[in-house]
Ligand binder design. Structure first.
Ligand code: 13P
Ligand code: SF4
Length: 304
């Protein structure tokens, strides 16, 4: 059944000049039909290089919007229109415009997990894998980092030469993890390395052997000599790693590390989207796109 669906998708996407992009949190059956799977930074870069005229994003809404902003000539679809990122909806443009007035000499650095509208007032965008590099490289000394306070705290520690103002947004899934979850997992698996996403709280991140994006965590585990790992990000990564490295052992930091929004997209959604019976085409007002794409282009320029 899964194989039949996959065959259909592969045939149709070739016939219809479609590129399927899948975030690393997608299930294995979706990753297998994707042209490319990666973290949010790598997916943004693919918007520029994908040769196909249509892109289907299997991930959450801001990822599809990023592709549309960078490649307005393409038709871009979100495979499941219900897949939003709660963090991206936490702050709106008007609120940040007011905060900006309080800190006029601060550059606004927006995590890519934000709406297209909010990006219109950001000076530069970052992802979890590029945030430290970009904050170091940008010439501005004062940074207003939105919306993730946990990622912001991590970046602030890595870039002590700059001044940071942080606001209290964040990922409800990663922020649920506590120091006690780490201590419990380490006690159960004393030989395991602990790999964590910087969206987790500082007291959780401090206990990690490696801090990185979803792709960063996967690359680290695949290339490490170690044999056991506790994974401090969405549990899809545990599944992918166990599949890729059957000789190693991977343990979830907690069974609650689940992002409902990332789980919502299914293989049938991908097929329905190709057939025009599901999915949503991403449309962004051209004036808004021109304003919001600037901070993403600056991210790519500074992120290398
Ligand atoms: P990445 O930058 O690792 O892709 O993270 C995106 C995300 O939403 C993690 O929760
Ligand atoms: Fe958003 Fe968190 Fe889900 Fe990532 S894991 S998509 S940040 S809610």
């Amino acid at each position: 059944m899964v194989k039949d669906l996959q065959q259909k998708i592969l045939k149709l996407k070739a016939e219809r000049d479609i590129c399927i992009l899948a975030h690393s949190y997608m299930s294995e059956d979706i990753c297998e039909v994707a042209d490319f799977t990666g973290d949010s930074y790598a997916l943004a870069l693919k918007a520029k290089t994908a040769k196909q005229s249509t892109v289907i994003m299997c991930g959450v809404r801001f990822m599809a919007e990023t592709v549309k902003m960078l490649a307005p000539e393409k038709r871009v679809y979100l495979a499941n229109p219900q897949a939003g990122c709660p963090m991206a909806e936490q702050m709106d443009r008007e609120v940040i415009a007011e905060v900006k007035k309080m800190y006029p000499d601060y550059a606004v650095v927006a995590y890519v997990n934000t709406t297209a509208q909010l990006k219109t007032i950001a000076d530069v965008c970052v992802t979890s894998s590029s945030a430290v590099k970009i904050c170091r490289a940008m010439p501005e000394k004062n940074i207003l980092f939105i919306p993730d306070i946990n990622l912001g705290t991590y970046v602030k520690e890595q870039v002590p030469e700059k001044n940071f103002k942080l606001l209290s947004g964040g990922c409800p899934t990663h922020a649920k993890m506590e120091k006690s979850d780490v201590l419990k997992a380490k006690a159960a698996h004393p030989n395991a390395l602990f790999l964590v996403h910087p969206e987790c709280r500082p007291e959780v991140v401090k206990l990690a052997d490696y801090v990185g994006s979803t792709s960063g965590i996967m690359d680290f585990a695949i290339n490490s000599e170690a044999k056991e790992f506790i994974i401090g990000t969405e549990n899809a990564i545990v599944e992918h790693l166990q599949y890729k490295c059957p000789e190693k052992r991977f343990y979830p930091l907690s069974k609650d590390l689940l992002c409902h929004n990332m789980k919502i997209t299914t293989l049938p959604d991908v097929l329905n989207c190709i057939l025009g019976e599901g999915g949503e085409e991403i449309i962004i007002d051209e004036q808004e796109r021109q304003q919001s794409v600037k901070c993403i282009e600056r991210m790519i320029e500074l992120g290398g």
